[in-house]
Design a protein around this ligand. Structure first.
Ligand code: 6PG
Length: 487
């Protein structure tokens, strides 16, 4: 093939995300080659490139043809299911690639798989990037948030492309070189953990407003639209308002009420919680959101439990709409509780990233991470600009909770936050995310905790020793002997 007709980049894997990202790249003027094992997907993508464009996109039916159609040094994005399919795709493509070429995995991959593949690729002289891609179908097509990590040289080869393809916000494109190794995948994983937390907190706000405040779907749509004009302005709040407006085409009322209350998941939230535990970082809000997905899955058991506990005498008023409630104040309180809870959840996610960055020497730039999440991704929100600024003010910030601006906001909102959690607890409406965030705040902000007692217990039964507040060293006490003697 003539050098002039070669594509600038290639993309293999033409399911929803791959197809849309390929069209986005082509639309930005970068000639792209596409490939998929099932060739009907190639035809589909070609049709779309023609009808939505025409865009500079060529379709290929064999790995060899595909690879040879790309200009050297070649950059090839693969967007297939994480795990074994990625290895198979790499195997099929790399056979035809040359030293200096790059493989870019755009899936939600476990970061250690990326680290293994970096080594395998290097052994063949190939470069490798693990690139988190967020924003779903719409983001992929019109501007996602991109989190590439791995070879810096490989990043520089595609920098001009990803900077054009990513979502654009006032302070630049939503992409940056994240760091070495599997850092891009890890950052995307924590993004998803934070996404779980946000979604959980929003669902709790909905539950309280609906089941304590007695608000209708129409009221909720209006409230969320209103919230989306203020400090909570974000993609998830915006789409939630839309969800409340959709009527059920098969019956009375709105569709949201007909959806089975079981949340699915693909695993990135679970990895986030596992990593938090692994690194000894408290992430209770994110963990609560994961637990809630597990509990939601036990639909049949919950239906049974509701019956058993009703028979055991659980009062009807638990979970019933409160009478005489000041709805206007409740709505305002819930907004504040949601915002304060969110700050704690992001603090947990950022601290997990920091712990991993230290462990792996990734040198993550937290202000930059907040910046590239301002647009394109699922957690995009106006509030991320404040997080960016907090880390710009102090790159070594111990926690977002103690950033002077966030600290002030949390203090201002704590009365409302406590009212909402208190009301929910007494009404029997579980708000595990909000409770976890509040408990996190109340634990973190206390100079002294009851951990002294736990240390004493550990020393009593296991001679684990303890430290004292008033002198250095490790101490052990014969607690039982002394206690019984003093009787
Ligand atoms: C994104 C999303 C995306 C996807 C996840 C959600 O950033 O675009 O996070 O990656 O929605 O698969 O995962 P669950 O299926 O686990 O909710």
């Amino acid at each position: 093939m003539e050098a002039s007709t070669l594509s600038r980049i290639g993309l293999a894997g033409l399911a929803v995300m791959g197809q849309n990202l390929a069209l986005n790249i082509a639309e930005k003027g970068f000639p792209i080659s596409v490939y998929n094992r099932t060739t009907s997907k190639v035809d589909e993508t070609l049709d779309r490139a023609h009808s939505e464009g025409p865009y500079p996109l060529t379709g290929h039916r064999t790995p060899r043809d595909f690879i040879l159609s790309i200009k050297k040094p070649r950059s090839v994005i693969i967007l297939v299911k994480a795990g074994a399919p990625v290895d198979q795709t790499i195997q099929a493509l790399s056979e035809h690639m040359d030293p200096g070429d790059t493989i870019i995995d755009g899936g939600n991959e476990w970061y250690e798989n990326t680290e293994r593949r970096i080594v395998e690729a290097n052994n063949k002289g190939l470069l490798y990037l693990g690139m988190g891609v967020s924003g779903g179908e719409e983001g992929a097509r019109n501007g996602p948030s991109l989190m590439p990590g791995g070879s810096f040289e490989a990043y520089n080869n595609i920098k001009d492309i990803v900077e054009k393809v990513a979502a654009q916000v006032e302070d630049g494109p939503c992409v940056t070189y994240i760091g070495e190794g599997g850092s891009g995948n890890f950052v995307k994983m924590v993004h998803n953990g934070i996404e779980y937390g946000d979604m959980q907190l929003i669902s709790e706000a909905y539950d309280v407003l609906k089941n304590v405040g007695g608000l209708s779907n129409a009221d909720l749509a209006e409230i969320f639209d209103e919230w989306n004009k203020g400090e909570l302005e974000s993609f998830l709040i915006e789409i939630t308002a839309d969800i409340f407006k959709v009527k059920d085409e098969h019956g009375e009322g709105e569709l949201v009420d007909k959806i089975l209350d079981k949340t699915g998941m693909k695993g990135t939230g679970k990895w986030t919680v596992q990593q938090a535990a692994e690194l000894s970082v408290a992430a209770p809000t994110i963990a609560a959101s994961l637990d809630c997905r597990y509990l939601s899955g036990l639909k049949d058991e919950r239906v049974e439990a509701a019956k058993v506990l009703a028979d055991a005498g659980l009062k009807e008023e638990v979970g019933a709409v409160r009478t005489g409630i000041d709805k206007k104040r409740l709505i305002d309180d819930v907004r504040q509780a949601l915002y304060a809870s969110k700050i704690c959840s992001y603090a947990q996610g950022m601290n997990l990233l920091r712990a991993k960055s230290v462990e792996k020497n990734w040198n993550l730039n937290f202000g930059e991470l907040a910046r590239i999440w301002k647009g394109g991704c699922i957690i995009r929100a106006v509030f991320l600009d404040r997080i960016k600024k907090a880390y710009q003010r102090n790159p070594n910030l111990a926690s977002l909770v103690v950033d002077p601006e966030f600290a002030k906001e949390m203090v201002q909102r704590q009365a409302a936050w406590r009212r909402v959690v208190g009301l929910a607890v007494s009404a029997g409406i579980s708000t595990p995310g909000m409770c976890a965030s509040l408990a996190y705040f109340d634990t973190y902000r206390r100079a002294r905790l009851p951990a002294n007692l736990v240390q004493a217990q550990r020393d009593l039964f296991g001679a684990h020793t303890y430290e004292r507040v008033d002198r250095p060293g490790a101490f052990h006490t014969e607690w039982t002997k002394l206690a019984r003697k003093s009787k």
